[in-house]
Write a protein that binds this ligand. Structure first.
Ligand SMILES: [Zn+2]
Length: 132
């Protein structure tokens, strides 16, 4: 069976429909399944990657995203946000009692942050947007 690539607009509409039905979607895999089901027509099946779903969700504020992480290799250098591919900004935090400076990287797009011990995203939980 051949799969088709849906346009951004159609995916956005499908995501909106999913969150009209569900208050919470407990993983990216589950969200992908639900969105693909919404996109499906009698003649065509559509496929969408998890990364593309996340990107559209952040870009258009379609849902609130809870990011679960595990500790990663401190030597690994992150140049792009692992969640949304946005650029990471270096933030230096001076501890109250002077001395030690901790370095953090933050993404302005999605709120992801990491310290020296890298926080590697492992799971996403999507919540229906409460601000709407
Ligand atoms: Zn990000």
């Amino acid at each position: 069976m051949a799969y088709h690539i849906a346009s951004d607009d159609r995916i956005i509409q499908a995501i909106r429909r999913v969150f009209k039905k569900y208050r919470q979607v407990s993983s990216q895999t589950r969200l992908k399944t639900l969105v693909e089901k919404e996109l499906q027509t009698k003649k065509k099946n559509f496929q969408v990657t998890g990364a593309r779903l996340r990107l559209l969700i952040f870009l258009h504020r379609l849902a609130d995203v809870e990011i679960h992480t595990r500790e990663g290799d401190p030597r690994k250098i992150l140049t792009r946000c692992p969640v949304c591919t946005g650029s990471l900004t270096r933030v230096k935090n001076q501890t109250i009692w002077g001395g030690e400076v901790t370095l953090e990287f933050r993404c302005k797009n999605c709120g992801y942050w990491t310290g020296k011990k890298k926080r590697i995203p492992t799971r996403y939980v999507f919540h229906k947007n409460t601000s709407k």
